[in-house]
Design a protein around this ligand. Structure first.
Ligand SMILES: Cc1cc2nc3c(=O)[nH]c(=O)nc-3n(C[C@H](O)[C@H](O)[C@H](O)COP(=O)(O)OP(=O)(O)OC[C@H]3O[C@@H](n4cnc5c(N)ncnc54)[C@H](O)[C@@H]3O)c2cc1C
Length: 639
């Protein structure tokens, strides 16, 4: 379980310097944070010179604090004609400031006002986990881990080129300078990485040396006589780099559109293959889906993954909208009503123990929930004020448009086979004609992915789902999304949507009255009596199919080569993979929540960039997890 997040509390020392009561120390020297950042962290790491001409440069910072080091670095990057193409700034922070506090703090540094305003606008909800914020059209990427530094760094996957070791005085905040933290810092470094810090304490020097850094004293900033400069000798990771940036993506649903957009944003050429004909542009359809995180008292892996997906979706959709794309969505809020007393207690415990901010999730009594909904509800439950609904077709269109000219979309074209030859992967149609070739192929075609790349260890089920359209004149819709076993959405264009059936082993693509009747039963558990005037036989609806893995988590990453010899001590990292073959499918009932995160994860992996979420969460999505379980079962049966 993630520890509850405790935000920083804003206070000032007598001379006006921001001060932490928790650590009894100032956030930066009284002479000013920006000067210290330039002298100690930029110059101390040979910047900006070292990032010049690089495709990517990755910085790691051990304490985000006020974010001044980030603003100074971003400002220096902007002002440098030879800057790297993509700057990754990964920063750890156990006690982040609220947006409001940051606004106050940054007002003291008007030279950064335009950049600070963008940071404030993108500042995430203060919930534990990894948050990715993009600026400069994705060329400056801030990855924030709101967690204890040592714990967070063990869970992050990156290859840092330079490290800003910044924390409170080692005597007051020893965890941020411990030999253990320095060891994990060294493991997160690329070969030749440097580090710098304002502290020249003997304990810090010793911790750095024992972790495999060469350390030198240099003149410090302002009143400080010395600072430390270090270079990693024994280094951890080499960042992978793709050869040719060209990919085939199969399937233009929300997963394939997201992967295409994320790859094109990184300069890849993508051919997207979709068997359905192209739809008329700008028609977002009647269907809408719900997005909201799941909250459990133990902050389970599933809950953490939904949180990561939710935050990533919000950030990406806002970025798409800011870039002028026409998304049809509403953060109107989502109520998840407790199904029974047991669930009500679990919801109460979750809110009480996790310390989640009210902007993310809060408990609502039946009266409060009914007030949010504007109609009388059957129960109280959890209230997610920043969640809501989105039209998936508008999301697909927005992502395809954002992908721009690097994307070639081939609609009405079915990939019947994919084969690997010396030139990479070739997709062919039913008549054996080549559709396209590329070194990388991403299967984003839901349950059909395994038809193109059979994997014996993986079983994906197709689950039919039908939604019902409820005419506005016969049904008083809630003002917010309400869930309880099923869902009901607010009215849009004169109708509301209720759903959804969950039918195993049912390939019927046509809407039917029995499924509408089931949806009305679900609706009655949410809004008692509201469905009384609705006749299931007279309703309209649509049917779709979910692709569901046994653990209800998607498959995102490299697919395994099941025919190669299995490693003796199998782990995800040692499983044999099919070169250039990746998947992003089986999103179950949460494609809207996870497709964007999955695409960012895949693109980051292909580019050798810092991953946008914790290793444990990324591993939970790894398609190799099923082969690993099979191999481990076989090994233990043989033992
Ligand atoms: C009734 C219902 C309600 C739902 N409600 C929600 C909700 O509220 N919130 C939520 O997050 N999720 C919801 N979902 C789940 C969500 O719709 C899915 O998770 C999501 O659509 C999966 O997207 P995808 O891109 O992976 O797959 P799909 O949308 O299935 O896209 C796959 C695409 O691949 C194409 N394709 C397949 N094979 C080939 C091939 N060989 N060659 C070329 N093209 C191919 C298909 O034509 C298709 O367009 C719901 C699902 C259903 C059925």
């Amino acid at each position: 379980m993630s520890a509850p997040l405790v935000p920083a509390r804003l206070a000032f020392a007598a001379d006006g310097t921001p001060f932490s009561q928790a650590f009894g120390d100032v956030y930066h020297s009284a002479e000013g944070g920006p000067g210290q950042a330039r002298h100690v962290f930029l110059a101390g790491n040979g910047l900006p010179g070292r990032w010049r001409g690089r495709r990517r440069f990755t910085l790691l910072e051990t304490g985000f604090g006020l974010g001044l080091n980030f603003l100074v670095t971003w400002d220096a990057w902007r002002g440098d004609a030879g800057r790297c193409e993509r700057l990754h700034f990964v920063s750890l922070e156990k006690h982040p400031f609220s947006r409001h506090d940051l606004e106050q703090l940054h007002a003291r540094h008007p030279e950064f006002a335009p950049l600070a305003a963008q940071l404030h606008a993108a500042w995430p909800l203060l919930v534990p986990g990894v948050h990715r914020l993009e600026f400069e059209g994705g060329r400056v990427v801030l990855t924030l881990a709101f967690a204890d530094a040592t714990h967070a760094l063990r869970e992050l996957r990156l290859a840092a080129d330079a490290v800003f070791l910044d924390g409170f005085d080692p005597r007051r905040n020893p965890e941020l300078w411990s030999p253990e933290l320095m060891r994990v810092v060294a493991r997160a470094c690329a070969p030749g990485a440097t580090a710098a810090t304002w502290s020249a304490a003997a304990s810090v020097r010793e911790a750095l040396r024992s972790a495999g850094f060469e350390v030198q004293k240099r003149p410090g900033f302002a009143q400080k006589r010395d600072m430390l400069q270090a270079r990693v000798v024994r280094s951890g990771r080499e960042a992978a780099a793709p050869g040719e940036r060209r990919a085939l993506v199969v399937g233009a649903g929300i997963a394939g559109a997201a992967v295409s957009e994320r790859l094109c944003a990184r300069g890849w050429e993508v051919t997207l293959i979709e068997r359905q004909p192209r739809r008329p542009a700008g028609e977002p359809g009647r269907h809408a889906g719900v997005f909201h995180p799941v909250v459990t008292p133990d902050d389970s892996l599933f809950a953490r993954l939904t949180r990561a997906g939710f935050l990533a979706a919000l950030a990406r959709w806002r970025a798409l909208q800011a870039a002028g794309q026409a998304l049809v969505w509403d953060e109107c809020g989502v109520l998840q009503l407790a199904r029974d007393e047991r669930e009500a207690v679990a919801q109460h415990n979750a809110i009480a123990t996790l310390g989640l901010p009210p902007g993310y999730a809060q408990q609502a009594s039946r009266d409060a929930a009914s007030a949010y909904a504007g109609v009388p509800l059957a129960a109280g439950g959890l209230w997610f004020p920043s969640s809501g609904w989105i039209r998936p077709l508008s999301l697909i269109d927005a992502q395809l448009a954002a992908a721009g000219a690097r994307l070639e979309a081939r609609f009405g074209c079915e990939a019947a086979r994919i084969t690997r030859g010396p030139d990479g992967w070739t997709a062919t149609d039913r008549d054996g004609r080549t559709i396209a070739r590329a070194p990388v192929v991403v299967l984003a075609n839901a349950a059909d992915a395994l038809k193109l790349a059979p994997q014996r260890a993986i079983r994906i089920r197709r689950v039919r789902g039908q939604i019902s359209f409820l005419p506005g004149e016969r049904f008083a819709a809630p003002h917010v999304v309400v869930l309880r076993g099923g869902f009901v959405l607010p009215a849009m264009r004169g109708e509301s949507i209720a759903g959804a059936s969950y039918d195993f082993d049912d390939d019927d693509p046509s809407p039917r009255a029995s499924s509408h009747a089931g949806n009305l039963e679900r609706l009655a558990r949410i809004l008692p009596g509201a469905a009384a005037d609705l006749d299931p036989a007279a309703l309209q609806g649509v049917v779709g199919f979910r692709a569901v893995a046994p653990d209800r988590l998607p498959l995102i990453g490299a697919l395994c080569n099941e025919d190669a010899a299995a490693p003796r001590n199998p782990r995800l990292a040692t499983l044999p993979r099919c070169e250039g073959l990746f998947g992003s499918f089986a999103f179950g009932s949460r494609g809207l929540l996870w497709a964007g995160l999955g695409a960012e994860l895949l693109a980051s992996h292909l580019e050798g960039e810092p991953l946008p979420l914790e290793a444990r969460l990324a591993e939970a999505l790894d398609p190799g997890r099923f082969l690993l379980r099979t191999l481990r079962r076989t090994t233990s049966a043989q033992a």
